[in-house]
Design a protein around this ligand. Structure first.
Ligand SMILES: *[C@@H]1O[C@H](CO)[C@@H](O)[C@H](O)[C@H]1NC(C)=O
Ligand SMILES: *[C@@H]1O[C@H](CO)[C@@H](O)[C@H](O)[C@H]1NC(C)=O
Ligand SMILES: *[C@@H]1O[C@H](CO)[C@@H](O)[C@H](O)[C@H]1NC(C)=O
Ligand SMILES: *[C@@H]1O[C@H](CO)[C@@H](O)[C@H](O)[C@H]1NC(C)=O
Length: 325
């Protein structure tokens, strides 16, 4: 009797609320399809940006639904923000335009191309593009505007330590300076993707020629992180397919800005030029090749898993080229 007296108001409430709660939950699950759930699981997104793999991927990320609500009309790039667009984005725009619970703004200007901060805490939130290591290095060597191979590059990097803000206005001051020999440059970039994946407390910048050299064991650890820790893996050589896969996985539509400097042809070919590797005279980055092989593996598995191919991506590609014709 006492039980009934207590239970009458309480149990009645629970019983009458339960179906409603269930309905609400089901309703929410229906609103949140697999793409929304996948995106939520990857937030706050950590963009891992290896030099010379293609920065227009940043546009694809920030234009995902809800990620950077105030950047929906902005295409981040040289055309809109000038040659130092990445510095400007990092320093002022990211934290103002993005929801920081959805996108990690890395505001340390002294560390361009930062390594992963804390793999175990951030596992599952990484997104990045990967590029054939020798092609990445050749692209870095031949980037005349940034002149990453300049003989003064060490000094240039140290200016980031001293006056990081000045670099948002003067990031290409090495343009036109003479370059170091290509093999010396290649050695200093060797294992660079590995470095950004495993060195969590860097004391030197990623592009510093005096940074730690990476071993085969580092590369294997990095490759494992690519397999287990990344919510999205794209491939520079397969830009169009990667963009299409990205939207199949996380939603949002394919936009022209996703393709900024890679304009897909109607057939979906990526327009990245392949450099002639004979210039490297047989030299080869056998550290980052391990990481790249893992990235290709993950990428190809996801193409199958999400039914992504040039023929299933025609609609995505047609948006990508719409304004380029
Ligand atoms: C983006 O552009 C549309 C159309 O011009 C406009 O209605 C909207 O307010 C803009 N959004 C932002 C955040 O600037
Ligand atoms: C840009 O860098 C160059 C090379 O260090 C320097 O001579 C020049 O004064 C700098 N310009 C500005 C505007 O800071
Ligand atoms: C690359 O360059 C070498 C040397 O100039 C040349 O013999 C070779 O045909 C080139 N390969 C391609 C694929 O263009
Ligand atoms: C893959 O996409 C094609 C074209 O949209 C469709 O016909 C096919 O049924 C899809 N296959 C799977 C396994 O979803």
């Amino acid at each position: 009797m006492l039980f009934a007296l207590i239970c009458w108001p309480l149990c009645g409430m629970v019983l009458s609320q339960e179906p409603e709660t269930m309905q609400l939950l089901q309703h929410r699950l229906a609103l949140e399809g697999p793409q929304e759930q996948r995106l939520k699981a990857a937030e706050p997104i950590n963009w891992v940006h290896f030099p010379k793999v293609g920065s227009s991927f940043l546009n694809a990320i920030v234009h995902l639904p809800g990620v950077c609500p105030l950047a929906v009309n902005l295409t981040i790039g040289e055309q809109s923000l000038g040659p130092c667009f990445l510095q400007i984005w990092t320093d002022v725009m990211c934290s103002q335009l993005c929801d920081q619970e959805k996108f990690r703004c890395k505001t340390d200007l002294r560390m361009p191309h930062p390594p992963i901060d804390d793999y175990w805490a951030e596992k599952g939130t990484f997104m990045g593009f990967f590029r054939d290591p020798d092609q990445r290095i050749l692209s870095g060597y031949h980037d005349d505007m940034d002149n990453l191979a300049s003989v003064n590059f060490r000094d240039f990097l140290h200016r980031y330590d001293e006056e990081p803000l000045a670099q948002t206005a003067n990031c290409t001051s090495e343009e036109g300076a003479p370059k170091i020999p290509i093999l010396e440059f290649a050695e200093s970039w060797k294992g660079g993707m590995t470095y950004q994946l495993v060195v969590e407390h860097p004391t030197t910048q990623t592009l510093d020629p005096d940074r730690l050299t990476m071993t085969r064991a580092d590369a294997q650890k990095a490759a494992q992180r690519v397999r287990d820790g990344f919510a999205f893996v794209g491939i520079t050589e397969e830009w169009s397919l990667s963009v299409c896969l990205f939207h199949k996985m996380f939603g949002g539509s394919c936009l022209q800005s996703d393709f900024a400097n890679t304009r897909p042809s109607a057939a979906g070919k990526s327009a990245h030029v392949a450099y002639n590797t004979s210039e490297l005279m047989g030299w080869h980055d056998d550290i980052d090749e391990v990481v790249y092989a893992a990235a290709l593996d993950v990428f190809r598995t996801n193409l199958v898993l999400f039914n992504v191919s040039h023929s299933t991506c025609q609609e995505c590609y047609s948006r990508g080229v719409a304004h380029n014709i």
